[in-house]
Design a protein around this ligand. Structure first.
Ligand SMILES: [Zn+2]
Length: 598
């Protein structure tokens, strides 16, 4: 009943405001309501969700007919404004008006319509539309055109391609690969642009898509220095002229490409806008491949143009899916130093797996994941991989690797389901191909062995050890400098107790499940995420600002909660705030058996 009441009052609220809007349109613009049978009725709109009006207005003495669609949820939804068929065909392409005759009035200044006087807001919206149309007619909005180039080009396109190829200022021949069935999200694409076929194979394989049954064509890529101007070309002779005017080298390359024979003619181009190259392309119809008096492939381009100059081109819209593009869209882009850094992660459990994902999303693109552990149903609460992954295949390293490749199919990632000591026994130097090796094992004896190998300079990768204390009360990251400062072992006293421990040792810390099969110290995902966030930040910082000596970064968690359970914090740490970070340089310990024998 209450729901009904609410619904009906909201319905009458909308009804009232739509009435106000309608009154304004009738009073000021002599509007008439129209339906689907009207010639100017917009075609790409859900007619049940709007009420349509037609108004006559003058824009700089030019008689305009606008269609105004008031949404059922006005003013919580924006009205839409269209121009008539007749106006659209007379005015032609102008910025912010699409092929459905829709005028894009989105303006942050009127983004929120006013509840009290929505009719005034509607009036303001009509003004904005008129301004857009006026500027378009007077060609005052040419700059907007360049910005909107892709929107217009893609609107008319017949082909949709994804691209792993990054457009630069060099002429190149690239490959377009057309799989039989290719779809990402709701976008059905015709193919993928790559430099070499192997790039395609790897990408599809990482995504788990079949990569057989393909057609491959060579496409020509031409860098333009200036944007293509409006109106956009529709015919062979128009694009031909654009390339001819763009410079000798482009034109020469085009002639050579078209004379290569009977391959389909896919031409891609780019031009710079705001520090970025816009990538698009077209397919020319086959034009005069053979002609009397000329050997095949030797027909001069001018002759061929006479035969097919007025043939229509097919526009190609391209969406870049390479790393540069993905990261630029997502924010500030990605540092070259991150892209170049390779990282091995030893231990892909509750700390290693979220750290891998966090580094992946920061732009690191080369990984080696090592773990011989199996993902059990009991693990999924604190692992990046979930129950369905555990059903699919057993090893944590393999599952994490697959997950990362599926997320960013352009990266390089391999995994090993061997024990790290077995891996090193077979190939002592295999970690040396990685700039950084992160040890997230929680196994003191293996950690000591890796520390030893690094101190003996067998391991040349920079070692970072991470672990958390019971109940997530603290987390530590130890960075082992190859030459300066102490080693991992130096952080422990003669009894083997970690000297910088935040929690005072307590017998409860090692909870045992039935049969002593597994030992674990419980802590929550929220604490893990917070610690991993700090570790990621620290690692990225280290990539640019190389540390000058060994150090320990300690992340303090919720000590208040920890103490409320009856446990104690070591004196050294009691003064520090929850969720604070502390760094300590680690000096060589004179009693360290590993450092002494070095
Ligand atoms: Zn040492």
């Amino acid at each position: 009943m209450i729901e009904d009441l609410h619904k009906s009052s909201l319905a009458s609220f909308y009804k009232e405001l739509i009435k106000k809007a309608k009154n304004l349109l009738i009073k000021k613009y002599s509007a008439v309501q129209i339906d689907k049978n009207d010639n100017d009725f917009p075609s790409n709109i859900n007619s049940k969700k709007f009420i349509f009006f037609k108004v006559h207005i003058e824009a700089n003495k030019y008689p305009l007919v606008l269609i105004i669609a008031i949404p059922n949820h006005f003013p919580d939804e924006f009205p839409k404004i269209y121009i008539s068929e007749k106006n659209y065909s007379e005015i032609g392409q102008i910025p912010h008006v699409d092929k459905n005759r829709f005028v894009c009035t989105k303006d942050p200044n009127i983004a929120v319509l006013n509840d009290n006087r929505p009719d005034l807001a509607l009036d303001k919206l009509i003004e904005v539309a008129l301004d857009i149309i006026n500027k378009g007619i007077k060609k005052e909005s040419k700059d907007d055109f360049t910005d909107e180039f892709l929107a217009y080009w893609n609107e008319e396109s017949k082909y949709k391609l994804f691209s792993l190829f990054i457009p630069k200022s060099k002429i190149e021949t690239v490959k377009i690969i057309f799989p039989e069935d290719f779809k990402i999200a709701n976008t059905k694409a015709n193919g993928l642009i790559v430099r070499i076929k192997e790039d395609y194979d790897e990408w599809m394989n990482n995504l788990g898509l079949p990569s057989s049954n393909i057609e491959i064509v060579d496409a020509l890529y031409l860098p333009l220095s200036e944007p293509i101007s409006f109106p956009l070309p529709k015919k062979n002779n128009k694009v031909f002229k654009i390339i001819k005017d763009s410079g000798k080298n482009n034109f020469k390359a085009l002639k050579k490409y078209l004379n290569m024979g009977d391959s389909p003619n896919f031409i891609l181009f780019s031009f710079p806008i705001k520090n970025e190259r816009i990538l698009a392309g077209w397919k020319s119809p086959l034009w005069g491949e053979t002609m009397n008096g000329f050997r095949p492939g030797k027909v001069p381009i001018e002759q061929r143009m006479r035969k097919s100059g007025t043939s229509l081109i097919k526009k190609i819209s391209i969406e870049r899916v390479d790393q540069d593009r993905l990261f630029r869209r997502g924010g500030v882009g990605i540092k070259t130093s991150f892209k170049k850094t390779s990282i091995a992660i030893i231990g892909c459990g509750s700390l290693g797996s979220p750290l891998a994902i966090s580094l992946l999303k920061s732009g690191i693109s080369k990984f080696f994941l090592i773990d011989n552990d199996i993902l059990e149903p009991a693990n999924v609460a604190r692992h990046i991989c979930g129950m369905s992954d555990a059903v699919e295949a057993p090893y944590k390293s393999e599952l994490l690797c697959k997950k990362m490749l599926q997320h960013f199919p352009h990266i390089e990632c391999k995994s090993s389901k061997e024990d790290i000591l077995d891996v090193l026994e077979h190939n002592e130097t295999c970690l040396n191909n990685y700039d950084i090796s992160i040890i997230a094992l929680g196994n003191k004896s293996v950690e000591r062995r890796l520390n030893y190998l690094a101190r003996k300079e067998v391991l040349k990768s920079h070692l970072i050890f991470i672990w958390m204390e019971p109940f997530g009360v603290a987390g530590h990251m130890f960075y082992l400098h190859p030459d300066n400062g102490g080693c991992f072992q130096c952080c422990f006293d003669s009894e083997g107790i970690f000297k910088y421990s935040v929690a005072k040792h307590h017998k409860d810390f090692f909870k045992r499940e039935s049969g002593c099969q597994s030992t674990y110290v419980p802590y929550s995902n929220l604490e893990i995420d917070s610690f991993i966030n700090s570790v990621t930040r620290e690692i990225l910082y280290n990539i640019d600002e190389k540390p000058k000596q060994s150090y320990l970064m300690t992340w303090i968690g919720n000590t208040t909660f920890f103490e409320s359970m009856g446990y104690t914090i070591n004196n050294k740490w009691t003064a520090y705030l929850n969720y604070s970070i502390h760094k300590n340089e680690i000096q060589q310990n004179n009693n360290c058996e590993i450092c002494i024998t070095k």
